[in-house]
Ligand binder design. Structure first.
Ligand code: DAT
Ligand code: MG
Length: 149
């Protein structure tokens, strides 16, 4: 089953949107298999955003993500990587559709509330960066047959 890495960023946690974000992923039908509150270290932040190292916003991004706790999660389900990106919405919340998390709750690209892996290989890499294997729980929700034919 496909898995993706989702993080509620410091702004989402500070703005008390943790429950709202989890509710949306649950309501869609995805399964939570990993969850923790993380005080992100400089090293973890720089590894997570390594691909953006040369971008002008890199330093402020690292300062922001290490400024306050983050809720790190792994969600599972068919097509969850692409579906999560739709639930999250466009990078700039002002361009994100209403009904997406960023579209409904954000006004600024530097405070866009949530991270979601952008592809299956990225998801695998990010899950192993943020979680130990034993922190992930393999379980079968009892409503699976009501979600999948
Ligand atoms: P996404 O988070 O939608 O995958 P990304 O990977 O391109 O977007 O960028 C990672 C984060 O960096 C993004 O969530 C917010 C920040 N960011 C991206 N572009 C930015 C910009 N032009 N100015 C400021 N921050 C930016
Ligand atoms: Mg990205």
């Amino acid at each position: 089953m496909e898995r993706t890495f989702i993080a509620i960023k410091p702004d989402g946690v500070q703005r008390k949107l943790v429950g709202e974000v989890i509710r949306r992923f649950e309501a869609k039908g995805f399964t939570l298999i990993g969850l923790k509150l993380v005080k992100v270290s400089q090293t973890l932040a720089e590894n997570h955003y390594a691909i953006h190292r040369d971008r002008p916003f890199f330093n402020s991004l690292i300062t922001f993500i290490t400024s306050s706790p983050v809720v790190a999660m792994v969600w599972e389900g068919e097509g969850v990587v692409a579906a999560a990106r739709k639930i999250i919405g466009a990078t700039n919340p002002l361009n994100a559709e209403l009904g997406t998390i960023r579209g409904d709750f954000g006004v600024s690209v530097g405070r866009n509330l949530i991270h979601g892996s952008d592809a299956i290989p990225t998801a695998q890499q990010e899950i192993s960066l943020w979680f130990q294997e034993e922190e992930l729980v393999n379980w079968q929700p009892s409503l699976t047959s009501w979600l999948y034919e």
